[in-house]
Structure formats: C-alpha cells, structure tokens
Design a protein around this ligand. Structure first.
Ligand code: F6R
Length: 625
C-alpha cells in the first residue's frame, strides 16, 4: 500500500522525506517521489522503481557545497513524499506521486482509491483541464486548484465534498509556505508533533527519528500543520480537539502496525481488503434505475459475447489454485456452465483441448509466477480470451492478459498468502454471479440476494477475527500434533486444501486435505491418536455425511475439530472442539472458514518457534520453474 510522508519545520525537507519513505518501504511500492517547497518554488521529483532510483535522481539535483545557493534545487523546509503501490495506471514516472494541478503550484500525495475519479475527470475536462497521468489521484490536485481562491484549507474542504472512496492525503501549495495539510478517510495517517517542526506519515516508523508524540487522524478529519502548531478540523470546517499519544514501541514493531508478524497483520487486514475488492464493483440499489443491486464488471469487458462460452477454465498455482477450485464450484453453481480448475504447472505440459469460446481465467497474487505465465501464453496461443485476476498492477500477467480484474488487497509481504486468497475469492464470486445472471441462470432478485450476502462478508470476517484468542488457545493445545488433516465437501474441500497448505508451509507440520468422502478409500488408514482432523462443515445438505466422517476418525482415536455456522449444533456432541462462523449462503463460506485455519497455521508456526513471515525453502514470488 502507498506510503505518505510530509514535513514542515526548520530542517532541509528532502533528506527527512527520503528517510521517511525508506521507513515505509515495508508497505510495498513500485515507484516513489517527493515535492519540496523552497526558494525555487514547488519542485517535484518522481520515478518508477526502487527508492534508490529516486535518491539518485534527487542527489543529481541537490545543491553542491561549492554551488551557487540561487541554483540550489530541492532545498526547502517543507515537502511531501510518497511510495506508490499502483492501483490506477501502471507503475511509471508519470503515474508516480506527487501529482500537481495545471498551475504546478499545488502538490498532492494520496493513499487509497478515489472511486468516482472517472466522473470528476470528465467534469474537469469539460472545464479545460488536461490530465497527464492515468491515476485517480491527479483529479484531486486539479479539483483543489479549481476551488482555490487564496485559502488552501477552504479549497481542500470544497474538493473533499466531491471525493468518494478512500484517501489519506498530504497537500502543499506554493502560495502558502507556512502550512501542510493532511486528510484522512479510510486510509491511515499519523501526525507527528515535534519542536518547531511537524510531520505526517502513513505509519509511525517514518516519524520516530523526530518525535514519539503523535496524533492519530480519524476518518474525515483534516490536520492543518504549521511549523509550530497543528490544528484539526472536521469536514464542516469546525475546529476539533485531539489528544496526543506517546509511542513507546520499537521501530520494528511499528512497521508491522503493532502486530508481531506481517502475516498476522495481513490476516487482520482481510475485512478492509474484501471491502476494497467488492465495493467498486457493486452498483447499489437505485443507482442504475433499478431497485435491486447489480454488479459492474466493465473492467473485464463483460458483455453478451460471453454468452457463447461453453466452458470456463481457471488456472493458477498454490493458494491461487485453491481460489480456482472455489471458482469452479461457483461457476457451476451460479452459471450452470462446465468449469475446470487447472494447476498451471500441469496444464502447461499437457495437450489441453481448447475452444476459442472458452473463458480462460488466470489467478496470481504476484502476476509473476513462471508456471502461471506459461499457462497464460499457451492459452493465448490457442486463441482464448484471457482474464487475469491479480493483485499487482503492471505485473507481467496484467500486461499479457487481455483483461484484468485487480484484487485491491494491497501488498502482501508475508510469504504465506492470506488476504490475496480471500480477495481472489471475492473476484471469482463476482464474475460467476454476473455470468449466471447473463446466462439467465440467476434472476435479478437472486443476484441482488447474493450481492447483499457478499456485502456482509467483510463485517463477518471481522467477527471471525474477533474470536482469534479461541484459535490461539486451541493451537497451544495441538501445535505438536504430528499429522493434521483437513476434510470437507464441495466448497469446504477447496478450503481444506488451502488450510492444509497454509499449515504445512509455515509450521512444517505434516498436513493434508481430503475430500471427506474419500477418507474410506484410503486416507483413513493414517488416522490414529497422533492425528488431528479438522472438519469444515458448512454445506448444510451434507451435515449428516460429515458427522459420519468425524465419527469414523474418532473411532480411530484421532482428535477432532469442526468449523461450522454459529447457529448449528449438529456437531457439538461429536467434535472435540467447535469453531463458529456467521451465517452466509453455503457457497460463500470459504471467505470465512479459511480465517480460523489461517490463524491456526499462524499460531502453530509461532509456537513451534518458526518465523511465519519467512518460511524455510519458500519464496514470495516463484518466478522460476
Ligand atoms: C501459499 C502461497 C503460494 C502461492 C503460489 C502462487 O501461501 O503463497 O502457494 O499462492 O506460489 O503465487 P501467485 O499467486 O503469486 O501466482
């Protein structure tokens, strides 16, 4: 996710900004930039790639000891900086932040997504504004300029009234050399209170060298920073009082937002990530002239030509393949169309049968997995229409696919995939639902019903996370089990596969997943007192079958646990432990049942003394075969 820093004080701003950005590198980024206000007015330097590229670019421009101070560039005591994680527009110099208005006097850095940027862009274009980048952010700079008539704070407030979506903003204006403005809505921003200097940052580590006294900006609050003071306003322009907090964490803990590991942080980020994936794609009831909700998937060219498709092929590796399995069930369920989930490393070496009308979906968090890209190229050669679901804007997959649907999960730093998985699921559900509607397999009312259920998922995921101590306690009792099996049927089987992978990769426990009905065909031979069997039980029509499976392994002395709905007591007598998720249609449970399993894997890893963020033998992005 993007990182923001800002400084106003007595020091040279450039090194403060560059150092601050370095402290935010852990958030993930693909480009960086700064804007400094000094003797030469507002100067901007930005570039694609690593921070060192920016440092080199700026260093080439900085004043030299023997130089003429009149020519000093990037010399000034206030400025803003940014590391960008591309969302709208691929990583490039021009798309990097800061963005400026047409006059070049107002500079803006932004973290978040402006959902109505298209409409604002059209509106501003009609008023003579020309745009330089493909970003959603650029509209903010132009909009502030549009409302500016000598009072930058008033102009920012006017502009905010037009913005929909999420944003943390840092803003400076050449005509006001005494103020830096910070705004927050649904994206983090912290204000550092110093002596004769004040700062802003997306996260505390960027501030710690200068101060440990901070204000946490809340949603829809505006901070107006001068060198000696910080004033806070609400959206209506009324002054508000905020309390200072003292930071006593160490810098490393601060980078993880107070979490012990990135993996735990990312597991906890899932409610927000799911919201970010879903919200821009849902048309609320009433917005398109209908009284029911609908889905907007214009990004993947969803039109009537899709109706010709006779099959859906979903292809991926690892966790993303498990999302493909869920996708297969979802397409069959909602769209009543044959669907296959293909392992990319197998698919690329097969001689697959391909019909040009097939819809070919490739899923990859990184967009750089070698096997997945090879499968994409094979499918392309066969003339298929390729849709990529990926988290990384500008990745090879995003560039080579015909159409792209981004997961908007934000950067995933921990090697084990968590929030990428649940957001991939959200994407495949949306496509399957819309496709089902297009094929006449779902009525408008049914589509509305399912979208309403999806809208509840982020809050329900939050509710599951609230019970994390229960999982932690359970892990502390079972982390030494030598064998852990996950069993389930249909959607629960796909999550069993993902849960077993998560557990083995970070805790190094021997774990496997079985379709519950397959137990008696072989795997049950392994069940004994050293085995934990976790049964995922959310497919209501199959509860009795699952109950029998649990009894079968119990009879072989295995310990058992069940994950089921909060209102289901079917398994209370059978299972050793029961974990509960809120009610949702059976087909959507993977987005919830996987969370306790992720947490279980995480706690087992920690209890076994491993580093869950960097499991042995594994890499985040598998760019080789
Ligand atoms: C498991 C995990 C891997 C990846 C796989 C594909 O936690 O992260 O199994 O899912 O290597 O990676 P992407 O999605 O980047 O193609």
């Amino acid at each position: 996710m993007c990182g923001i820093v800002g400084y106003i004080g007595v020091r040279e701003a450039t090194p403060v900004l560059l150092k601050g950005l370095k402290k935010l590198e852990y958030r993930g980024y693909d480009s960086a930039g700064i804007a400094v206000l000094g003797g030469r007015g507002l100067e901007v330097c930005k570039t694609k790639g690593a921070l060192k590229n920016l440092e080199e670019k700026v260093a080439a421009l900085l004043p030299r000891a023997d130089g003429n101070p009149q020519e000093a560039r990037f010399s000034g005591t206030m400025g803003i900086g940014h590391t960008r994680w591309a969302t709208h527009g691929e990583p490039s110099d021009i798309n990097s932040h800061p963005h400026t208005d047409i006059s070049g006097k107002i500079a803006v850095v932004h973290n978040g997504i402006i959902e109505n940027h298209g409409k604002i862009k059209e509106w501003l274009s009609g008023r003579g504004v020309t745009f330089r980048s493909e970003t959603d952010t650029e509209v903010i700079a132009h909009l502030i300029n549009y409302y500016y008539s000598g009072d930058i704070l008033a102009a920012v407030r006017e502009a905010l009234k037009r913005l929909e979506g999420s944003y943390a903003l840092g803003i400076i204006c050449e005509n006001d050399r005494d103020h830096l403005i910070a705004v927050r809505k649904e994206s983090p921003l912290v204000i550092g209170r110093g002596q004769g200097e004040n700062l802003i940052a997306s996260d505390v580590p960027a501030l710690l060298e200068y101060t440990r006294e901070v204000y946490y900006l809340d949603d829809r609050e505006i901070a107006f920073l001068s060198r000696d003071s910080v004033e806070f306003y609400n959206e209506e322009g009324e002054r508000i009082h905020k309390t200072l907090s003292h930071i006593d964490w160490d810098a490393a803990a601060a980078e993880k937002g107070g979490y012990e590991h990135f993996m735990l942080k990312e597991i906890n980020e899932q409610p927000k990530a799911l919201t970010d994936t879903l919200r821009p794609r849902v048309i609320p009831a009433g917005n398109d002239g209908h009284s029911l909700r609908s889905v907007n998937l214009a990004e993947i060219g969803f039109d009537s030509s899709w109706a010709k498709a006779g099959r859906v092929v979903i292809c991926a590796c690892g966790t993303a393949w498990h999302a493909s399995m869920v996708g297969k069930y979802a397409f069959e369920h909602f769209a009543r169309i044959p669907a296959d989930a293909e392992i990319a490393s197998e698919y690329r070496y097969r001689n697959p049968i391909f019909d040009p009308h097939d819809i070919f979906i490739i899923i990859s968090q990184s967009g750089e997995t070698a096997d997945t890209l090879a499968a994409l190229r094979l499918a392309k050669k066969n003339g298929g229409r390729i849709i990529a679901i990926t988290n990384v804007v500008g990745s090879t997959l995003a560039r080579e696919a015909d159409l792209v649907m981004y997961t908007w999960a934000g950067p995933e730093i921990a090697v084990a995939s968590t929030k990428a998985f649940t957001t991939q699921l959200m994407c495949v559900y949306l496509i399957a639902l819309q496709f089902g509607y297009l094929r006449g397999k779902l009525s408008r009312e049914e589509l509305d019903f399912y979208i309403a259920a999806l809208e509840k998922i982020p809050a329900q995921a939050q509710a599951v996370l609230t019970n994390k101590e229960t999982i932690q306690r359970f892990a502390s009792l079972c982390f030494n089990k030598s064998k852990v099996f996950f069993i389930g049927r249909l959607f629960d089987y796909a999550v069993s596969l993902e849960s077993a992978l998560k557990l083995k990769e970070i805790s190094y426990t021997h774990s496997e997943a079985f379709a519950a009905g397959e137990l008696k065909h072989g795997p049950i031979a392994l069940a004994d007192e050293s085995t934990l069997v976790t049964a995922l039980c959310t497919q209501e029509a199959l509860f009795d079958k699952m109950d029998s499976n649990i009894k079968e392994v119990k009879a072989r002395k295995a310990s058992t646990a069940v994950i089921t709905y909060e209102d289901v007591h079917h398994f209370d007598q059978t299972a050793g432990a029961v974990f509960r998720i809120p009610r949702t249609p059976d087909c959507f449970t993977p987005m919830l049942t996987v969370i306790p399993c992720q947490l279980y894997a995480y706690y087992c890893s920690v209890l076994r003394g491993n580093d869950p963020d960097k499991p042995r033998n594994l890499a985040k992005s598998v760019t080789v075969e």
